[in-house]
Design a protein around this ligand. Structure first.
Ligand SMILES: C[S@@+](CC[C@H](N)C(=O)[O-])C[C@H]1O[C@@H](n2cnc3c(N)ncnc32)[C@H](O)[C@@H]1O
Length: 212
């Protein structure tokens, strides 16, 4: 990355001022060995949830709740976040973060399990936003499921879509990087979607399911 691009990135990542709720959730993430979304992505999640007026959101990878709190803060008053994680300790920490953020318990549905098992059980075309932040090996499946779950006009967000610069480097050809490139291509070429890859954080892939 050029010095100027690095400076722009550092500047934008340094702009959001996070409150104690998010700082504590970040501390718990690190204690549990979870990588939370960057500060820039955290702020973007709140903005995108608010801009899309999301009332029903699915998250793959609750972690210790940093991204969930940010989504919930942008979502409407009676909205519900359905969040999936395979690790019960992470889900417990996420619930703690939601409670500390003052989110009523009926606004979150925390589901313990592997996303590949849970996502197919969720209702077709019932969600406004799907945020994916886990388990890159199964990303193609999650992206397919996200398209199925979204209402027309709904938004798919995939975190870490540049994977620390590996996706943009043609010399890197490992399986996880190839999977990310393939998912980007699948979303770009899907006629139902418009998509873009934004170089915030470690890359945020965004796609909207267009009206028929
Ligand atoms: C990068 S962390 C999520 C961080 C979270 N989004 C945040 O910003 O606070 C990934 C999470 O996905 C969970 N995970 C990993 N594989 C999974 C799978 N197959 N199904 C569901 N969750 C999974 C991990 O337990 C971990 O909590």
């Amino acid at each position: 990355m050029s010095a100027q691009k690095q400076a722009n990135w550092s500047y934008t990542e340094g702009l959001p001022v996070e409150d104690d709720v998010l700082l504590r959730a970040r501390d718990r993430s690190h204690e549990l060995g979870v990588s939370p979304v960057s500060t820039g992505i955290a702020a973007a999640l709140t903005v995108l949830a608010a801009a899309s007026k999301a009332m029903t959101v699915v998250e793959v990878g609750a972690g210790a709740g940093v991204s969930g709190v940010c989504l919930l803060r942008g979502m409407g008053q009676n909205s519900v976040l359905t969040t999936i994680d395979s690790d019960v300790d992470h889900l417990r920490a996420a619930r703690e973060a939601y409670a500390e953020a003052g989110i009523p318990a009926n606004r979150t549905r925390t589901i313990s399990g592997r996303a590949a098992d849970v996502l197919p059980r969720l209702t077709d075309a019932a969600y406004d936003l799907v945020f994916i932040d886990a388990d890159k090996a199964n990303l193609p499946l999650y992206a397919d499921q996200a398209v199925r779950l979204l209402k027309r006009g709904g938004l798919i967000l995939i975190n870490d879509a540049l994977d620390g610069g590996k996706v943009a480097d043609p010399a890197v050809r490992d399986a996880s990087t190839n999977t990310l490139r393939q998912v980007g291509k699948t979303l770009r070429t899907n006629d139902q979607l418009v998509s873009t890859l934004v170089p915030a954080g470690n890359g945020l892939l965004m796609a909207v399911k267009m009206p028929a």
